[in-house]
Ligand binder design. Structure first.
Ligand SMILES: C[S@@+](CC[C@H](N)C(=O)[O-])C[C@H]1O[C@@H](n2cnc3c(N)ncnc32)[C@H](O)[C@@H]1O
Length: 364
C-alpha cells in the first residue's frame, strides 16, 4: 500500500522488448524489463523466472523477478498468514458451519489456507478461486502437497468470472472469504458477494463473514496531520504541495503515532453480507467530542462477524492484527469541544469509505 522506491530509468526497449531500431538486440531480459515497465507484472515475473532458472547467478533476472513478484503479491500476504487470531477465528467459524454434504466456495483463496480448513473439517468439495494467476498456481501446489487435490479445486479466476455449472458443479452451500482491507471494503467484498449471491450460491447459502460494522474515532495527532499536509519549511513556503494531498485512507498502527483521542468510538456503517450490495451510501453522524482539542484525522476499523459470536477486528486495541488501522487525514484541522457537538459526513462508493466533512452541529 505504501512504498518509497526509486524506479530505475525506463527501459531502452519498447513493450515488445525491441530496441528503438526495431531489433531485439541480444538481451534476453529486454522483454521482461519492458513488461515490468508497462505494469504487466505477471508476464514480467514469468520471463524473469525463466531467465533465473537458466542462470541462477543472473543478478538482473533475480532482482527483476523480485520487483515483479512484490507488485503481484504484496508483503502483507505473509503477515496475514501469520495472524494467528485471524486464522483461528476463521477455522472456528468454518468448523461451526461446514458439514460433509456441503459444496464450499472460497473467494480469494491466496495460499489456499481457508479452503484447506474447509476440506479438513470434511466438506464434500471445495472450489477455491483466486484472481491472481501466479497466486492461484501456488495455491494449487500447496493444496496438492497437503494431499487435498481430490477435494479442493483451485480455479485461477476472479469470483465474478466463475460460471455454474462449469467452474462449480452446482451452486455452493457455503461461501467463505477473507477479502477485506483495513478499511473493510477496499478489496471489493460487496461487489463479489453481491455477484456470488446472484450467480454462485444457493438461496439458503451461509456466508462467512455474515456481517460487519465499521467504527471510527476522531484523533488529534500532529504526526498524522503531517502525513498529508505541509507548510513553511527550511525558509520556503511549500504549502502549494497541499494540492496533492488526498482524502484516501492509509493503513498504519495508531499507537505508533503520538496522538490523543477526541471522541469515543462511533459506528459508521453496518453491513449484512447476506443482503447488502455495493450501492453507494451516505451518512451524517452526530458525534460529541469527549475532550477539547484539534481534530487532525479519523481512525477507523472494522468488526467482522464471521458467524454469531466469532468476530475478528483490527481495532486500535488489538496490537497484533496484521491489518493495522485505516487512517484518513482531515483536509483542515478542526477545533473541537465537548460543549459543541459535531456532525460527521461519511460516504462509501462500494469500495472505499471516505469522511467528507466535519461540521459543528449548530452550524450544520
Ligand atoms: C486478503 S487475501 C486472503 C487469502 C486467503 N483467503 C487467506 O485468508 O489467507 C485475498 C486474496 O483474494 C484475492 N481476491 C480478492 N478478491 C477476489 C475475487 N473476487 N475473486 C478471486 N480472488 C480474489 C486476492 O488476489 C488475494 O490473493
Amino acid at each position: 500500500m505504501k512504498s518509497r522506491t526509486h524506479s530505475a530509468a525506463g527501459p531502452l526497449t519498447g513493450a515488445d522488448g525491441r530496441l528503438p531500431d526495431g531489433s531485439a538486440g541480444d538481451d534476453p531480459l529486454a522483454r521482461a524489463d519492458a513488461l515490468l515497465h508497462d505494469g504487466r507484472y505477471e508476464e514480467a515475473a514469468e520471463h524473469y523466472r525463466s531467465a533465473r532458472e537458466r542462470d541462477p547467478q543472473d543478478w538482473r533476472a533475480v532482482t527483476g523477478y523480485n520487483r515483479a513478484i512484490r507488485r503481484i503479491v504484496p508483503r502483507w500476504h505473509f503477515e496475514m498468514m501469520h495472524d494467528h487470531e485471524r486464522a483461528l477465528q476463521y477455522e472456528a467459524a468454518i468448523k461451526q458451519v461446514v458439514t460433509a454434504d456441503h459444496l464450499v466456495l472460497d473467494v480469494g483463496t491466496g495460499s489456499g489456507m481457508l479452503a484447506l480448513m474447509a476440506a479438513r473439517v470434511g466438506a464434500e468439495r471445495v472450489v477455491a478461486c483466486e484472481g491472481q494467476r501466479v497466486v492461484a498456481e501456488t495455491a494449487m501446489r500447496i493444496v496438492d502437497g497437503a494431499g487435498y487435490a481430490g477435494q479442493v479445486d483451485v480455479v485461477p479466476k476472479m469470483s465474478t468470472d466463475l460460471v455454474v455449472p462449469g467452474d462449480l458443479p452446482r451452486r455452493a452451500d457455503v461461501l467463505i472469504t477473507e477479502t477485506v482491507d483495513c478499511g473493510l471494503l477496499g478489496e471489493g467484498i460487496l461487489v463479489s458477494l453481491s455477484h456470488a449471491r446472484e450467480h454462485l450460491l444457493t438461496d439458503q447459502a451461509i456466508i462467512v463473514p455474515g456481517r460487519a460494522r465499521v467504527l471510527a474515532q476522531l484523533v488529534e495527532s500532529r504526526a498524522l496531520h503531517q502525513k498529508n499536509t505541509v507548510g513553511e519549511l527550511y525558509g520556503f513556503d511549500l504549502s502549494g504541495f497541499n494540492e496533492l494531498a488526498s482524502l484516501e485512507y492509509f493503513d498504519t498502527r495508531l499507537r505508533r503515532h503520538e496522538h490523543r483521542v477526541l471522541s469515543a468510538p462511533f459506528e459508521v456503517f453496518r453491513f449484512d453480507f447476506h443482503r447488502d450490495g455495493p450501492e453507494p451510501r451516505h451518512a451524517t453522524l452526530p458525534v460529541v467530542p469527549t475532550t477539547a482539542g484539534t481534530g487532525h484525522a479519523v481512525v477507523f476499523w472494522f468488526e467482522l462477524e464471521l458467524v454469531p459470536g466469532i468476530v475478528v477486528t483490527n481495532a486500535p486495541d488489538h496490537p497484533t492484527t496484521h491489518w493495522k488501522q485505516a487512517v484518513q487525514c482531515l483536509p483542515q484541522p478542526v477545533a473541537v469541544d465537548p460543549r459543541d457537538p459535531l456532525v460527521v459526513d461519511v460516504r462509501h462508493d462500494g469500495l472505499r469509505i471516505c469522511f467528507t466533512g466535519i461540521t459543528k452541529e449548530h452550524e450544520a
